[in-house]
Design a protein around this ligand. Sequence first.
Ligand SMILES: Nc1nc2c(ncn2[C@@H]2O[C@H](COP(=O)(O)OP(=O)(O)O)[C@@H](O)[C@H]2O)c(=O)[nH]1
Ligand SMILES: [Mg+2]
Length: 264
Amino acid sequence: MYFVVILGPAGSGKSHLAAALADWMEANQLDVTRLNLDPAVEWLPYNPDVDVRDYVNARKVMEEYQLGPNGAMIASVDMLIKYIDKIREDVESTRANYVIVDTPGQMELFAFRETGPIVLSKLLEGYRSAAVFLIDAVMAAKPSSLASSILLANSVRFRLKLPQINAVSKADLLDRNAMEEIERMMNDPDYFYSKLVEERVDPLQAEAFARLLDALQPSGASLEAAVRFVSAVSGYGLDDLYAAVQQVLIGGEDFFTEEPNPRL
Ligand SMILES: Nc1nc2c(ncn2[C@@H]2O[C@H](COP(=O)(O)OP(=O)(O)O)[C@@H](O)[C@H]2O)c(=O)[nH]1
Ligand SMILES: [Mg+2]
């Protein structure tokens, strides 16, 4: 069993991508389980095979403990710890080759608190897994918001410690030029710096960011340096994304360290 964990800020398209990727994989004769890990979601664009809401439902937690939406979400993720072994058993009993994991809409309440990463590591323990972090096309189109999205992507990676593929979602909203521009910024820190300064970001901060980007992105043609574009609406890039995921899963966790960045 292999796990593909879909991550990204609220509204970045995690649930829709989980649905589209699972459908794409099934259309290519792969066996997929859809796991919804969001206790607060009201509606999903797919039918989950395993659903945490069967164990913990944020709406009920809200009513029962008289909490607001954020409090209920925090309490719900905390409660998931109690059920994660059962959820794991439910997933294992599906005997699928791949598990697509759709994570809570409110990523900050999941990835950056104490219990979210514990829930995830208990779920994934002993299995090969890859994370896909989504950057919303709307956020990627502007240099300063692309920079903050990249910082966020790296923060999540620090927290969850999974091999991570970063992908720009909703690519159907971008034309070819916009994609090339994003690709160029992400692959060329000096160019990114100049675009940030053009946008009136403090040059010292822009320079610090460019250096960080340079240090964080493995050099050359490595898998992780490549930006991917995907669309759940048009299906654009699903084949590339699957290929990248596959490479991570087959290469295992050593994959990213095969070509260490000579600057580090
Ligand atoms: N244009 C476009 N919109 C999308 C795409 N994927 C998701 N959306 C929209 O983005 C919004 C948030 O999507 P959702 O999957 O719920 O995001 P999540 O909170 O990260 O799970 C919804 O209104 C979707 O219709 C896409 O590939 N293209
Ligand atoms: Mg969602």
